[in-house]
Ligand binder design. Structure first.
Ligand code: FES
Length: 110
């Protein structure tokens, strides 16, 4: 089974087994990672923002226009930012490392 590593905002790393077909958001929630996902994957928020750390960005399916629009609203956007609810685990993603940003817009606006 592919393995995915999350880097929490406090720098701790959590390496988990990632069942194929699950989204990164589902995976994060199963393992107690602090990734919000306020709209539960319907691309109506940007609180599931993750940063792809280790060269896997190019291996992912490119983001849709809707995803890019939501990412524009994400706090701390980077060149390898994605929405966690839009990344589906495949065999090719074995070794993926994802950083959870230190804040999200929802948190900052209270
Ligand atoms: Fe809202 Fe991903 S959970 S866009």
């Amino acid at each position: 089974m592919p393995k995915v590593t999350f880097i929490n905002a406090d720098g701790t790393r959590v390496r988990v087994e990632a069942p194929m077909g699950e989204t990164v958001l589902e995976l994060a929630h199963e393992h107690g990672i602090n990734l919000e996902g306020a709209c539960e994957g319907s691309m109506a928020c940007s609180t599931c923002h993750v940063i792809v750390e280790n060269g896997f960005y190019e291996s992912l399916e490119p983001p849709s226009e809707d995803e890019e629009d939501m990412l524009d609203l994400a706090f701390g956007l980077t060149l390898t930012s994605r929405l966690g609810c839009q990344i589906t685990v495949t065999e090719d993603l074995d070794g993926l490392v994802l950083r959870v940003p230190t804040g999200s817009r929802n948190v900052l606006l209270g």
